[in-house]
Design a protein around this ligand. Structure first.
Ligand code: PBG
Length: 328
């Protein structure tokens, strides 16, 4: 009855467990998404995202310094404009909120933090879609590409190190890469949201950016049922010149993430989205789960599945909260 194999030997003490831990989460691999709203003079809380705020320009600058001091990998910026129209003009306005914020952050932290900017129209359109609409309301893929190209070039000129393409239009990586190169921005990297699913977990984000969307994004974001198709999206984006590919959301798509990590020859990112945060914060707030342990476990799982870098609203938390830090 005596077992010959005893895996428990290596679990006996914290030191032994740490010695053989297969997965660690390093601050440099974490990217903090941040929202900046035009016209604010102080940060505004986001009800469905406890601990996350819409920044004003000054508080965003301070947050960027905090990110640098914590040794995080990067900051990913989303703008919330005061005015919106059908084509998302604010996205290509040199004085638009995202462009102004990008320059402000870059002036503050320089190259200490990788500054990423969202290339997508949904925050800037009055209908809330990620692209420009045709007369019948459907999203016009190729007309949208021209908008993304202009948007990305402006962001690069404002100092973005990485432009993050979240719109899920076909050909967006090639269109943006070509436009950046033509503008002499050959050094600006492209992060492609390659496998981005039409997920219910973006709900709180849409509160954060005050989205006007009615309906859904199922004609451009992926069907949650599809695993194989992610390989196709990733292959296309890498062929078009993506420097980093991303899977989004993270926790419910770890199978997809593992597939992509196994097959990709460029770094793989995962986005732990707003709904992933909201579920944990809500359950923790009523005492149903241990907040810090769940945060640490979720980040560990995303890395274990194969992510090289993780965009997470808990990026600072993971470094600054010792109860999380000690578990990573
Ligand atoms: C689109 C975009 C979205 C998110 C990141 N970029 C929203 C959407 O696709 O509807 C969601 C991120 C999150 O939920 O945290 N610009």
């Amino acid at each position: 009855m005596t077992p010959y194999d005893r895996p428990r030997r290596l679990r006996r003490t914290p030191a032994l467990r740490a010695l053989v831990s297969e997965t660690r989460v390093h601050p440099r691999e974490l990217v903090l998404p941040a929202f900046v709203k035009e016209g604010l003079t102080e940060p505004a809380p986001i009800m469905s995202m406890p601990g996350v705020v819409q920044h004003d320009l000054d508080s965003l600058r301070r947050e960027a310094v905090r990110v640098a001091e914590a040794g995080l990998g990067g900051l990913m910026l989303f703008g919330v404009p005061l005015e919106r129209d059908a084509v998302g003009s604010g996205a290509t306005d040199p004085d638009g909120i995202l462009n102004v914020a990008t320059a402000a952050v870059k002036a503050e932290v320089g190259d200490a933090v990788v500054v990423m900017t969202d290339v997508c129209l949904d925050e800037f359109t009055d209908h809330g879609h990620c692209g420009v609409p045709r007369a019948d309301g459907s999203v016009d893929n190729d007309a949208t590409l021209e908008r993304y190209a202009r948007m990305a070039v402006l962001q690069a000129q404002r100092g973005a190190d990485v432009v993050a393409l979240s719109g899920m239009m076909d050909g967006q990586v090639a269109a943006v890469r070509e436009a950046l190169d033509d503008a002499g921005r050959t050094d600006t990297a492209v992060l492609a949201y390659a496998a981005k699913y039409a997920s219910a977990l973006y709900g709180p984000f849409r509160d954060a950016v005050e989205s006007t969307l009615t309906g859904d994004r199922r004609t451009y974001q992926m069907d949650p049922a599809n695993r194989r198709e992610a390989q196709r999206e990733v292959a296309l984006d890498i062929a078009e010149g993506a420097d980093i590919v991303m899977v989004k959301p993270a926790s419910l798509y770890l199978d997809v993430l593992a597939d992509v990590a196994a097959g990709s020859d460029v770094p793989v990112a995962a986005y732990q989205v707003s709904g992933e945060l909201a579920m944990v914060e809500a359950a923790a707030a009523i005492g149903w789960i241990d907040r810090e342990r769940t945060i640490a476990e979720s980040l560990t799982a995303i890395k274990r599945a194969g992510a090289d870098l993780v965009a997470t609203y808990w990026a600072l938390e993971a470094v600054e909260n010792p109860q999380v830090r000690e578990l990573l």
